[in-house]
Design a protein around this ligand. Structure first.
Ligand code: ATP
Ligand code: MG
Length: 689
């Protein structure tokens, strides 16, 4: 019960009990009851400034009709309470009829006392009491209510701060949950859905939409959403600067609206009818690499003033999270498509193209070598490249290194035939100053230089027998000492060795250590001589002619049919190197865009090149078709003669004409009188090109 004998004690007790109270409604109601009881007023209210800080909203009231809070929304400076909050001073109106500011809320009210609620210098609300008597409130009332307002304001701001901290903590926990979600999921659609669901549960998110800007339509449209129907998504399209979403996009700045229905910029193009009483709206740009890509919007059940900044902070963080997640998804997609393209590219290299890593060739054996090379590139095993001079051993060695994990380090090449034994040893392993006469400073060996890279030992067959042992030791133990040194070096070097010698012979003659041969020969790649894979000739010619043109900074030139036929008739003991020299000479000597036989400096073949090819490709002995057919009959089985002989004849015919036209299939089809598709089909069946 109210203790009129000691109002101050009364007040003290009440405020103490309120300190532990967390509900602002209970606080305001208790304070108002106190005020009315002490002043014996007939009615009263407590009004607080709204979020915009422009209007006073009646929060609790006594003795007034229910619709008063809805009807009476006083602006700052309007009415007795509006004046009170604007000036920050007590207003004691003894006769309402005399007060120019008084606005009637109850017809019988004759006097009113209004006391500001202040947090520091700023007023945030007003306690007012009214009476049907004239001059109902005196100095005593003013003093008591001031004291009450003072306590109330302190408790209220204290409560607000606690609530604020609590909300902030809650938002931080929510953010932690979201960041955990983000880390787990690479698919952005799922990230968005999971986040939205979490927010729906945690902060009463009503709706969310992520708009992305389309450079072609110049519109923002919804890409991901929560609680939007398909039609609503379809209708929600904004141009830059249009509506809140367009404005956030253009300004690149977040925006927040406490009550969306009262904002003139809110266009509601989606046509959603928001049944919820009041909705707050938060919007923030999606920025990737400094470029604004879209906008993220959230609708939340009305958010009061205290929480407002926290939610603005939340949406900014969320849009930053989303931007990151979109970026990551984009990167993953990009990498995936790059990998896919790379695979397609590699496949194409094998399937349709005839140049792989500067090595031209389309014969079965070359394709097999390409495959071995790609597989061997990633391992650390030693590779032995064998083949006649000029077949491309060094070319393969470089290509293997370039395709290996060691590609960022050096490939060091050394020709074992070009350096005499002792010198080769010091070249390979290095020496220390004073190791022998003339060693006046330290010398780094190739093994050390090639650390983490590849060492290409060309012409390994020529290596000194003694040195072979030292090399073997290195291969077994992966360590070596330079000449004249006690230091032991541990290096990581991959060995690729090459030879055009016949190892079996060298081993049987005790010129090459068998154990070393096995150590080197972990992967063997034997490159056959050019004459054994003449189907590569047109491709190699084409590739080399382009290479020569680039080296000479000239336009590419092509071979005449006759010149090509001459090359075809060659045996190329010097292999591709020899061919390259011939072509280079032809390129330089020829005028115009074609290289003729005379430019090659070689003998003209038979008048009709095709005839010559036929002769060459069958045999040196005169060709007799009946004898050939008889032989075929011998080797074929009953019932298959026609098919077998025709297939072989047809294959021969196609190959000849393909060569003649330099593998121009349209031209070949024309010469044959076949249509191009039929030719392609047949070539495929016969496994030609
Ligand atoms: N398949 C090919 N495609 C394109 N160019 C090739 C091919 N094979 C060899 N060449 C070229 O032929 C020349 C000789 O090749 P490389 O030096 O690799 O041969 P090699 O086998 O190491 O010869 P040697 O045993 O004489 O050292 C180089 O100019 C190389 O580019
Ligand atoms: Mg070589």
């Amino acid at each position: 019960m109210y203790n009129f004998n000691d109002p101050l004690l009364n007040l003290h007790e009440i405020t103490l009990s309120l300190l532990s109270e967390n509900d602002p409604d209970i606080l305001l109601n208790t304070i108002l009851d106190q005020a009315i009881e002490f002043t014996q007023a007939d009615s009263g209210s407590i009004a607080l400034l709204d979020d915009t800080r422009k209007f006073l909203e009646i929060k609790v009231f006594r003795g007034l009709s229910k619709d008063v809070p809805e009807k009476v929304k006083l602006k700052l400076g309007e009415g007795v309470t509006g004046r009170c909050i604007l000036t920050g001073k007590i207003r004691n109106v003894g006769d309402t009829k005399e007060d120019p500011y008084y606005i009637s809320v109850r017809s019988d009210i004759q006097s009113e006392l209004a006391i500001p609620l202040k947090a520091g210098p700023k007023s945030f609300g007003v306690i007012s009491v009214d009476s049907s008597r004239l001059n109902a409130f005196d100095k005593n009332h003013e003093e008591y209510l001031s004291l009450l307002a003072n306590y109330a304001a302190q408790i209220y701001t204290h409560q607000e701060t606690i609530q604020h901290l609590h909300d902030r903590q809650y938002i931080q926990d929510t953010l932690l949950h979201i960041s955990a979600l983000l880390g787990r999921e690479p698919d952005f659609k799922k990230v968005f859905e999971n986040t939205a669901k979490l927010l729906e549960e945690k902060i009463d998110l009503k709706r969310a939409a992520l708009f992305l800007y389309d450079d072609i339509t110049h519109e923002l449209s919804i890409e991901y959403s929560l609680n939007y129907s398909d039609n609503q998504i379809e209708r929600s399209r904004y141009k830059p600067n249009e509506g809140l979403t367009g404005k956030v996009f253009s300004s690149k700045k977040p925006m927040a609206v406490a009550n969306i229905s009262q904002d003139k910029n809110f266009l509601n193009k989606s046509g959603i009818s928001r049944m919820e009483s009041q909705i707050s709206f938060f919007s923030s740009p999606i920025i990737l690499n400094d470029k604004v890509k879209g906008v993220f919007n959230m609708e939340i059940a009305y958010v009061n003033h205290g929480k407002f900044s926290d939610y603005t902070f939340l949406i900014q963080l969320l849009s930053a999270f989303f931007s990151q997640a979109i970026l990551i998804e984009e990167l993953i997609q990009q990498t995936e498509s790059e990998i896919k393209n790379e695979n397609i590219f590699l496949k194409r290299q094998f399937e349709n193209n005839y140049v792989f890593e500067n090595i031209a060739g389309k014969s079965k054996v070359m394709e097999q070598l390409f495959k071995t090379m790609s597989m061997a590139a990633d391992s650390n095993s030693s590779i032995l490249l064998t083949g006649e001079s000029g077949t491309g051993k060094e070319l393969f060695a470089s290509a293997i290194h370039r395709n290996s994990l060691r590609k960022d380090n050096k490939i060091v090449k050394i020709n074992c035939a070009a350096i005499p034994g002792d010198l080769l040893e010091s070249e390979l392993f290095g020496y220390e100053k004073g190791a022998f006469t003339g060693a006046d400073k330290d010398h780094q060996g190739k093994f050390l230089i090639a650390h983490k890279g590849t060492l290409f030992l060309d012409e390994i067959g020529e290596m000194d027998f003694k040195l072979q042992s030292k090399l073997l030791r290195f291969l077994q133990e992966k360590e070596f000492s330079p000449l004249g040194s006690n230091k032991i070096y541990n290096v990581d070097v991959r060995i690729i060795a090459a030879t055009n010698a016949d190892f079996e012979k060298l081993i049987s003659e005790h010129k090459f250590r068998e154990d070393l041969y096995y150590r080197l020969n972990v992967i063997q790649m034997n490159i056959p001589p050019l004459r054994e894979r003449m189907e590569d000739l047109p491709f190699i010619c084409d590739h080399l002619l382009n290479k020569i043109a680039v080296n000479n900074k000239k336009n590419p030139k092509s071979l005449t049919a006759e010149a090509y036929a001459v090359l075809e008739s060659c045996h190329f003991p010097g292999n591709v190197r020899e061919l390259e020299n011939i072509l280079e000479r032809g390129f330089v000597l020829s005028r115009g865009n074609t290289i003729d036989v005379s430019d090659l400096g070689m003998q003209k073949p038979a008048k009709n090149p095709t005839e010559k090819i036929i002769r060459d490709s069958i045999s040196e002995t005169p060709f007799n078709i009946s004898a050939w057919i008889s032989a075929k009959i011998e080797s074929s089985s009953d019932g298959n003669y026609y098919a077998d002989i025709m297939r072989e004849t047809e294959k021969e015919l196609f190959q000849l004409l393909l060569k003649k036209t330099f593998y121009n299939k349209s031209k070949t089809a024309r010469l044959l009188g076949l249509n191009r598709i039929t030719l392609d089909k047949k070539l495929k069946e016969m496994d030609i090109v």
